[in-house]
Design a binder for this molecule. Structure first.
Ligand SMILES: Cc1cc2nc3c(=O)[nH]c(=O)nc-3n(C[C@H](O)[C@H](O)[C@H](O)COP(=O)(O)OP(=O)(O)OC[C@H]3O[C@@H](n4cnc5c(N)ncnc54)[C@H](O)[C@@H]3O)c2cc1C
Length: 383
């Protein structure tokens, strides 16, 4: 009988001490007016904030010291990220590199790639984008069509990626490409490559504007892009295993719960003076869901810390977590009679507008609801 495993996790003393450090760092940032907490936290790109976070030791913190890390645990990192998101800190520049690309390079990259790239990520000076989706393969990653062909001392990449967040500002992209002709096993022959996005490398990036007019994601065209052998991640043909492992990092973190946390916080402040029973019940319900989701997310972090690969549980956190994030603007709209406006100077009105306009994407990015439920059903032995 298959079942979910969400073992309770007790935070170690080190995590509590990291929480104090993160709070002190963030309080100082806010006191110096270095960021505006009501902005969209991990979509807000601020290289200076990333550099200061790196200098304070908050990026790649669970990596070995030789790569700029602090050899902290996944739970220590969980607590720091939670504090950063709860404070609305602008994590966008280093977000992908810290959350998944760096971990992927640490676990599967060549020694040259680790030595060259990880210390720069940890310093908050090197940013990554994820090159998985393509125009005809989003959910169905096994159908990826980008071609990687053997060249002299490396590989030549040709194809198109789409929905690539931050590709226009990142230094590197990790591309999933087909390095062998498609055979009977669609999961075989896929390889991940670290692609330098610098000028003159054969990469063209074209913006795709989102619902609220922001430029976060892109279409990226690869025209005979050369990638040296030591920028291949893992063994040739082993990409599928790595991508699914990487997605456990992408799907279970506090970011899958806290996307609209600032709005919830501001909603509570907004209704504090008029907290009738209906509003108290609605907010109490949201808070109780948040507490439960946080325990689930923490439990997945505990499993990742033990080196396990909780793909089923990560999918569950992402599915239920994004439903919760989408519910916050819906409930806020019912509780406060105010028209949302992205141009407003009122932080609540602006956050509400941002929440309403970005919420539809929460259950698409990082794996759509239908795909996650398919993974869960399979993991539970239901199909
Ligand atoms: C804000 C945002 C940021 C993103 N950033 C990145 C990024 O940085 N890098 C990157 O690589 N991608 C990124 N994506 C892409 C994202 O991961 C894909 O959009 C997503 O995986 C869905 O792929 P698709 O858009 O091609 O939709 P499709 O795969 O065409 O799916 C369309 C619909 O069909 C459903 N569907 C598809 N297959 C099945 C099936 N077998 N069974 C049941 N239903 C199915 C889907 O669930 C969905 O509802 C981002 C997306 C968003 C919204």
């Amino acid at each position: 009988m298959h079942s979910f495993r969400f073992d309770p996790v007790e935070l170690p003393a080190s995590a509590l001490s990291f929480r104090d450090d993160a709070r002190a760092f963030l309080a100082d940032e806010i006191a110096q007016d270095r960021f505006t907490p009501h902005r969209n936290s991990w979509n807000t790109f601020d290289p200076d904030f990333s550099r200061r976070s790196g200098a304070a030791g908050f990026i790649g913190m669970h990596w070995p010291k030789r790569y700029g890390g602090r050899e902290a645990s996944a739970l220590d990192r969980f607590v720091v990220i939670e504090e950063m998101l709860a404070a609305g800190a602008p994590l966008g520049a280093h977000w992908v590199a810290d959350r998944q690309s760096g971990n992927n390079i640490l676990a599967n990259g060549s020694q040259a790639a680790r030595d060259d790239i990880l210390p720069r990520i940890a310093a908050g000076e090197c940013y990554f984008a994820i090159g998985m989706s393509e125009p005809n393969s989003g959910s169905d990653l096994a159908s990826v069509g980008m071609r990687a062909t053997r060249g002299d001392g490396g590989w030549i990449l040709n194809g198109t990626k789409i929905w690539t967040s931050s590709a226009h500002r990142a230094h590197y992209l990790i591309a999933l490409a087909r390095s062998a002709p498609l055979g009977d096993d669609r999961h075989a022959g896929l390889t991940q490559f670290i692609v330098d996005l610098g000028e003159g490398k054969g990469v063209t990036t074209r913006p795709i504007y989102n619902l609220y007019g922001g430029h976060d994601f892109n279409e990226v065209f690869f025209d005979d892009v050369f990638v040296a052998d030591d920028m291949l991640i893992g063994d040739e043909g082993g990409g599928w295993q790595m991508v699914t492992g990487e997605l456990a990092f992408e799907r279970s973190g506090p970011d899958r719960i806290l996307s609209t946390f600032q709005l919830l916080r501001q909603l509570i402040e907004k209704i504090a003076q008029h907290a009738d029973e209906r509003r108290q019940i609605a907010v109490g319900r949201l808070i109780s869901h948040l507490v439960s989701l946080r325990q689930m997310s923490l439990s997945v972090a505990g499993m990742l810390e033990k080196g396990e690969s909780p793909e089923l549980e990560a999918a569950a956190v992402k599915d239920v977590g994004t439903a919760f994030e989408q519910e916050i603007p819906e409930i806020a709209r019912l509780l406060v009679d105010i028209e949302p406006s992205a141009d407003s100077n009122d932080p609540y009105i602006e956050s509400l507008a941002l929440g309403v306009l970005s919420a539809p994407s929460f259950s698409i990015r990082g794996g759509t609801r239908e795909i996650l439920r398919g993974i869960i059903a399979k993991g539970l032995g239901l199909r």
